[in-house]
Design a protein around this ligand. Sequence first.
Ligand code: KIV
Ligand code: ZN
Length: 510
Amino acid sequence: MNDSKGMKKIYVFDTTLRDGEQSPGCTMSLRDKLLVAEMLESLRVDIIEAGFAMASSGDFEAVKAIAGVVKNSTVASLCRALEKDIDRAWEAVQGAAHPCLHTFIATSPIHMSAKLKMTPDQVYEQAVAMVKYARNLCPEVEFSLEDCSRSERPFVFKMVEGVIAAGATIVNIPDTVGYAVPDEFGGLIRDIFSNVPNIDKARISVHCHDDLGLGVANTLAAVQNGATQVECTINGIGERAGNAALEEIVMALKVRHEHYNAYTDIDTTRIYATSRCVSTVTGSPVQPNKAIVGENAFAHEAGIHQHGVMANPLTYEIMTPESIGLPRNKMVLGKHSGKHAFQQRLSDLGVSIDKSKVEELFSRFKALADRKKTVSDADIVALAQNLATDFKGTAALDRFSVIASNAITPVSTIRLNVGGEMIEKVAAGDGPVNASFSAICDILDVKCKLEDFQLSAVTEGMDAQCKASVLVRFGEFAFRGNGISTDIVEASILAYLQAINAALEAGKAK
Ligand code: KIV
Ligand code: ZN
């Protein structure tokens, strides 16, 4: 598809909820997945890969729920090239406005012999049969040649031709293990275009992992050689070193559109808010020097740079912070700011919040403004995200008090409102946070393992808000919780309670 200037459209296939969720510790709850899907839809991604329906009942429910609410983006489920997987994926996505089945099989010699224990002919027959099977169910079928970059070219050409003839509407060429380098990967795509006779009957997609830090470079090399779909994740999260980062590919295509003669439909002003949302729900912080979305991506430290930017931002900035939804003129809000200015700020920041929650967010903002002199953009994004991931669980914090000291054992007294009943307990610990977590477990009579605990300041300054993120494990199930407060113990308690409430709600807390 070309626009009026003859530029080709590049389809964006986001796999944050599938490949992204496969990264260690990035498990998301159903509520969080729905929130991310909503953000991806407003970012205007073309396809949302919502999960791998066959992987677990949790994955199945999440794909189904996302398929039920997303209206504009296509919703895909991954499935192996097996009838039972395809049936399960179809059960999950068939309710979507635009469903897609994404089926795959490995094509490299090592995967076929060591993992699948199949000959190339058997792999070919299976792929063709399963694409036909999937196309009988769903009008959009993507087929991936897993480990394609390490596969033999003649076999790749045969596979691509065969699955297109069988009805695949999209054929995906993954660099599954992040082994490829850009000129070679671009060459693979070029060769596929020159050696597959029916190549014009399908869209060619690429899916690059970042093991050598080349995921985005390989993706762009593929675009230069004819690929018209890119698979990526927000903040580049994914298996091992991650996947190619959506924000980097999209901004490269935007800033250098003349070079690539291509465009995407992404609303780039929503990139920053989406990045922060994914970081919050996965508990996976964005490194400060990360391209596009890192805290330092638009910060100029050297005097000579600051002087240049003041004279003309183009001296050192190739794109504006506004283009990713990070406004340059930080309008400071305080306790006298009205609802109108607050709502305007939310919309400038690309933060979409359910209408029913605006009042609650505004009152949390006012409460914060009472504690802090000025409330920054980062504070507002953090408050909005915290509210979006918040939910009314069985237990709510009523009050707490801690005695922390390096001379006597720290003690915490916590009072929770548990379904209307006030219960108070006192516990000791190595520190005030540890003591508080023990008191909460005593009150709720649960035992869990704290797997991850992160504290970070939302802004600089002594009165900064603190964000706490915890991952707690009950047997095979892990739950993340987030909390925010100007007090680090309170933020930690809120995060811990949120995670335990999620476990109680799912019936997994013992
Ligand atoms: O990396 C990969 O090969 C994948 C496929 C399933 C597309 O994630
Ligand atoms: Zn992958």
